[in-house]
Design a protein around this ligand. Sequence first.
Ligand code: PLP
Length: 502
Amino acid sequence: MQTLPVTTVNRQAIINMPAEEFRTIGHALIDQLADFLEQLPGKKVTKGLTPSEVRKSMGADNHLPENGSDAATLAQQATSLLTDHSLFNGHPKFLGYITSSPAPLGAMADFIASLTNPNCGAFILSPVATEIELQCIRWLSELIGYQKGCGGVLVSGGNMANIVAIWAARKNMAQWNIREEGLTEKGLKFTLYATQQVHTWLHKTADLFGLGLQAIRWIAMDDSQRMDVQALDKQIQEDKAAGFIPLAVVGTAGSVGFGTTDPLAGIAAICKKHNTWFHVDGAYGGLAAALPELQEMFEGLKDADSIAIDPHKWLYCPLEAGCTLVRDPNLLADAFSFHPAYYQFDKVGDETPVNFYEFGPQNSRGFRALKVWMVMQQAGRNGITEMIRDDIALSKQLFNELKKQKNIEVYTDDLSITTFRYTPDNAPSNEQEKEEWLTRLNTALLNNLQKNGELFVSNAMLDGKYLLRSCIVNFRTSLEDIKGIPKIIVRYGQEAEKELKG
Ligand SMILES: *Cc1c(COP(=O)(O)O)cnc(C)c1O
């Protein structure tokens, strides 16, 4: 007879944690994290460590220990490591890229979600969680004024939300059985439309779907970096005449570089005329459509066939949370639903449940919806719009403060993104030399700033000019933080100047 290991008797697996121990360690963990929150504004945004410095701080060369160790110590040490060596996008002076300050309730939601661990692929594995995700999607669509009865799915972020939308478009726009036959010759005639301001998810999509980057038609922009709708119309006409199949037009609502929004209503009309899929990338700006005063900017959003929005940006949810919305839930099912024999999920009692594995590329799915659902309720519609409005107002204020500052030139100001650069008096007079010098100077300035952690901004390119760029998606940033920024930029500019000359 086979003998069972003795450890199976009254089994006490090493990672199990009895409730009493969980309580003790958990309380200590919360205390440590509360201290972190309290100290955060006084910390540097980042220590700007190099990869090798980080590796040293965490014992990266150590081997996996043969034996386990104490959970309380591990929780305490991991928290210290992360609260000492991270870049804090929750810091009031983190104004880089488009990553938000995370709402503490959102972090608590992730904790609850992990411990209850519903698998949000199928209703029977996640009954409450599935219904919460459905409600969350409905709330998101209502918040931005999208169509009633639309469908959606939560995904990892903006890239995935956009890719999933084009995936649905691909199935919908193919007049042949693309699932069985694949692209065939016809699919290789698919074309995509966007401006150069589009985020690189489109490159990944064209590549992933086997269309190649050449399938992307780059549509001209007006002076304010918005799509030229007439140029779009013309390009689609030419492509159709040449036998191409326009698959989707991408309008951006809040571009990653400058926060600009394409003329969505104009694009919607062209898409309707040509019977082409209209997708809106609102990963950054889409949620600002909740603001009544911005209705004009977002006119046409509701006519999109699909929209990508990112709750981990302007809804301040901790990473990761993106969302694809489509005008009809069946469009997702058409693209993603398969029925393997090992899943008997189609009926619960005599009701037909929603099984999210049929609405997107994931099978097992985490409970991303909880943080979005809880944060939305904590803030309410009014709280959400107020926070977005305040970010925009602070960004405009920053633009004005920078404009007043000697030796700073301001460039753009849209939604909560502002661009500017340091321009000392003694720049070369030759135009080309001046541009090269300012690029080197501002690059050095930004490197030092990012390394030093006093303030965190990023960069953007505008007509060949290297600019500094701030983006406020941060409910912790206040007027006091903004007011100090021009002086910080000038100080770092002067230091960079010395460094480059010395
Ligand atoms: C941030 C962003 C993305 C990518 O979203 P992730 O969440 O980083 O994957 C795509 N498009 C726009 C306009 C964005 O701002």
